[in-house]
Write a protein that binds this ligand. Structure first.
Ligand SMILES: [Zn+2]
Length: 265
């Protein structure tokens, strides 16, 4: 049923000659446009023209890949099933509205006909023509609408049934989309959890390493080194103190200058 509907959509948008493209585009993967051209036995330009026409209605989607050697882009296409079905549903609903309108007018208004010329007039126009045919001079007859009404009602029935089927296909497609979305969400959650586990494992390993290092008792050599370091530290402290004193001496005139300038302002 879905296949039939997708073909119907392509026929409405492009025409009967492009019907076969529907089956090719009805795929989970995007299809190379050159492959489509080859399978339909038409040129790449003809193929693209068809695809652009469908694309104008937003009923196909595409991705492009660059050919590294030749430097040009090749497009890959896929039909948008839900959008196509909704497009078809809208058209069916419009047709149903039109037929309902026709049925109503046939049931409530009178129509006149010149039987010889087979021309029909509504009541107003028949009155304007004085119920006489311009062409042959015959007098109009009231049209019997029963046949026409039967025809309209048959069409209405057919369209209503098709609309029902399209609606069930739309529901199916929506469920599919919902399911694949859920799958995607679950996948991402799993990936997140995996990433978290990895991070926490690394942290545990680091902690263990730190603990081991702190537990190590200092060896004799290390003790001697630390003693030397302490001596060096003392020496550097003295130097620092000397530097501070120098700085103080230098700073005093500087601060005075600053205060002067600030007063001026
Ligand atoms: Zn006539």
């Amino acid at each position: 049923m879905l296949r039939k509907f997708l073909k119907e959509v392509v026929v409405i948008v492009v025409g009967k000659q492009a019907e076969e493209i529907a089956d090719l585009l009805n795929s989970k993967r995007y299809i190379n446009e050159f492959l489509i051209a080859k399978k339909l036995e038409i040129t790449i330009n003809q193929t693209r023209n068809i695809l652009y026409k469908i694309s104008d209605h937003g009923l196909v989607s595409s991705i492009r890949k660059k050919d590294k050697r030749k430097g040009w882009y090749t497009y890959f296409w896929k039909i948008e099933i839900l959008k196509s079905l909704e497009f078809l549903r809208n058209i069916l609903m419009k047709k149903i509205d039109q037929i309902n309108y026709q049925i109503k007018s046939r049931e409530t208004k009178e129509f006149y006909i010149c039987e010889r010329c087979n021309i029909e007039f509504n009541e107003e126009n028949a009155l304007l023509h004085n119920f006489t045919c311009n062409e042959c001079g015959d007098i109009f007859v009231i049209r019997d609408n029963t046949k026409l009404l039967r025809e309209f009602k048959r069409k209405l029935d057919k369209l209503s049934k098709e609309l029902e089927f399209v609606n069930t296909e739309i529901e199916k497609e929506k469920e599919k989309i919902e399911k694949s979305k859920l799958k995607e969400i679950k996948k991402k959650e799993k990936e997140k959890q995996k990433a978290k586990k990895k991070v926490s494992k690394k942290k545990i390993i680091k902690k263990k390493v730190v603990k081991k290092e702190t537990k190590k008792k200092p060896t004799k050599k290390a003790k001697e080194k630390s003693k030397k370091k302490k001596v060096i530290k003392k020496k550097t402290k003295k130097k620092v103190v000397k530097k501070k004193v120098k700085n103080k001496k230098l700073k005093i005139p500087q601060t005075k200058k600053k205060t002067k300038s600030s007063k001026k302002k």
